[in-house]
Write a protein that binds this ligand. Structure first.
Ligand code: ADP
Length: 251
């Protein structure tokens, strides 16, 4: 089953900026896909379309089989709350608030009571390896740990799709690898993940690379061999692994 389908999506911003010029993309359940391309190629715009944060100018966006153009604002919020998790380059954690409550507050609009929110938050923090840091505030955590809190917040409600926009962009390489290992573990446990990245190593670590240029998909590559041992790949990731990628059949 597909979690996202974009059909002939265009996005024209004010001033006639054509950020997307007819994009077709299907992401199937269980994929780990990198969206790559130079600055200005339309990556963030595409993530905004997939994340239902903005609507296309023309074309269709389906998330979890809902046509987002047919949903009211309220229904869109509910779709985001139930189906999507977001991680950004900036951690966006509330200062002075414990890791547990930063994660639990991410579920404020889920209709779940405080106690259950905190239980889900604790379990999400365990999943990202921070079960021993529940009471720590952001300024008591390293950058890598803060981003792992942000990942826990994104997945606490178990969304089928996690969207990450340059999730390691603010981290040194060791902390970045730590965050990737967490993402790899979540993917192994069943979460579909789309990562926007500039980083060729991260792109090579993903199963699939969708390359954008000037608002168009110019390549859609799937690695033939499956991931084995995320930690190893994190350490050994090499852009030359792109040699192991195959051009997917055009849709
Ligand atoms: P990327 O994420 O690959 O850097 P973006 O999707 O941010 O690319 O941008 C694609 C193009 O759209 C760029 O030319 C950018 O300047 C333009 N753009 C992005 N957002 C807006 C906006 N809100 N208003 C006008 N132009 C925008």
């Amino acid at each position: 089953m597909s979690v996202v389908e974009l059909h002939d999506v265009t996005k024209v911003y004010e001033g006639h900026v054509e950020a997307l010029r007819g994009v077709d993309l299907t992401v199937e359940r269980g994929e780990l896909v990198a969206i790559v391309g130079p600055s200005g190629s339309g990556k963030s715009t595409m993530l905004h379309m997939i994340g239902t944060l903005d609507l296309p100018t023309t074309g269709t966006v389906r998330v979890a089989e809902y046509d987002v153009a047919e949903l009211s604002d309220r229904e869109l919020s509910a779709l985001r709350a139930r189906h999507l998790g977001f991680v950004f380059q900036q951690f966006h954690l509330a200062p002075g608030v414990s890791a547990l409550d930063n994660v639990a507050d991410g579920l404020l609009y889920s209709g779940i009571g405080l106690r259950a929110r905190r239980e889900l938050a604790a379990s999400a923090l365990e999943r990202v390896g921070l079960g021993h840091r529940l009471g720590h505030r952001p300024n008591q955590l390293s950058g890598g740990e803060q981003q792992r809190v942000a990942v826990a917040r994104a997945v606490a409600g178990d969304p089928p799709l996690l969207l990450a926009d340059e999730p390691t962009g603010n981290l040194d390489s060791a902390s970045g690898a730590e965050v990737l290992t967490v993402l790899g573990g979540l993917h192994a446990a069943g979460t579909t993940i789309a990562i926007i990245t500039h980083d060729a190593e991260i792109a090579a670590w993903c199963h699939r690379q969708v390359r954008l240029r000037d608002g168009r998909i110019v390549a859609d590559l799937t690695r033939a061999a499956d991931l084995t041992g995320v930690a190893d790949l994190t350490r050994n990731a090499d852009p030359e692994r792109a040699a192991g990628f195959e051009q997917g059949a055009p849709e």
